[in-house]
Design a protein around this ligand. Structure first.
Ligand code: PMP
Length: 307
């Protein structure tokens, strides 16, 4: 069973505090109405011995957008945001492990949108360096909400209740993740990542207007595909197309590019000619063995270089 790590230190209100002290009050809107917006960022050990964050500026900008849409004041500059991540990861990094950080703005004061005050909290966790194995996924009976209900464009904690239900639904059937359809019954995304489908040599993914998050990884995959001469198309995807696809994968900052080996009982080729190449190129860019102009990897100055 997956266990949440309990790192020693957490960034709260501008400083590092012990895990046990990183708490929220029962009366605050983050607790009573789930008022929070967040980003998951990934740090990779690079070929030059530095630990680097992938696309930090894009994550900062998306956090700003989520905060704006929920009327949560977010005053930290990009430099302050990056320094917060650097402080936590700098205190916890180990040379044999990559890390990921959850940067969350919690609504700590205010009531029904009046006088809202938010606090930036950063928690960081260790991760193995080996890419994930191919996964089995199902198609959930739960639906991703629409833009007029709980907009998927907002990366808020409460948007993940449906993802949680979908994972609970899939677990007894041996599914490691679930695809969520949108309110029109077309493919939206997976529970914490986007969907990549290959048909006739082209990579196809639903646009964000199909009820998916505006994904940073999708933009990277599009740029990588572009420089490899692979067509990349954003268009709606019908559920039955998943079953007759040539290749399938999920993609996201933390899920990277993970092949789908079985969709709702239908086996899929896992090292297909298109997504296999994209996955390889993705890791070359993340590890800095072969950088790509669209992939910004920023070194964490507080982390000692690994030899
Ligand atoms: N959809 C959902 C619901 C997610 O949680 C994520 C992960 N952030 C993604 C898609 C992929 O987004 P990104 O590539 O920016 O990590």
């Amino acid at each position: 069973m997956a266990q949440l790590q309990r790192p020693e230190l957490v960034y709260v209100s501008g400083r590092l505090v012990p895990w046990e002290q990183a708490t929220l009050h029962v009366g605050c809107e983050a607790v009573t109405r789930g008022l929070s917006v967040f980003e998951g960022v990934k740090a990779y050990w690079n070929a030059d011995g530095t630990l680097r964050i992938a696309m930090p500026r894009q994550h900062y900008v998306r956090l700003q957008r989520s905060a704006k849409l929920l009327h949560i004041p977010f005053t930290a500059t990009y430099d302050e945001y990056f320094r917060a991540i650097d402080m936590v990861i700098g205190a916890l990094a180990k040379p044999d492990r990559d890390m990921w950080a959850r940067t969350t703005l919690f609504g700590v004061e205010g009531h029904w949108g009046e006088n809202t005050v938010a606090d930036l909290v950063v928690t960081a966790y260790h991760q193995g360096k080996t890419p994930s194995d191919p996964i089995k996924v199902g198609v959930s009976t739960w639906r991703r909400s629409s833009d007029v209900a709980l907009p998927p464009r907002i990366k808020t904690g409460s948007n993940y209740e449906v993802s949680r239900l979908a994972r609970i639904e899939g677990r007894p059937q041996g599914y490691e993740d679930m695809i969520l359809l949108n309110s029109s019954g077309r493919v939206a995304e997976a529970t914490a990542s986007c969907v990549l489908m290959v048909r006739n040599g082209a990579i196809i993914t639903p646009p964000a207007t199909e009820s998916a998050l505006e994904s940073i990884t999708l933009d990277l995959v599009e740029a990588l595909a572009g420089s490899m001469g692979i067509p990349f198309v954003r268009r709606p995807i019908d559920r039955t197309e998943l079953l007759i696809a040539d290749e399938l994968a999920i993609c996201g900052t933390l899920h990277e590019v993970t092949p789908i080996q079985n969709i709702a009982g239908t086996p899929m080729p896992v090292s297909g000619p298109v997504l296999g190449k994209i996955r390889e190129r993705y890791f070359e860019a993340m590890r800095g063995t072969q950088p790509h102009p669209a992939v910004e990897m920023v070194a964490l100055p507080s982390v000692k270089k690994a030899c």
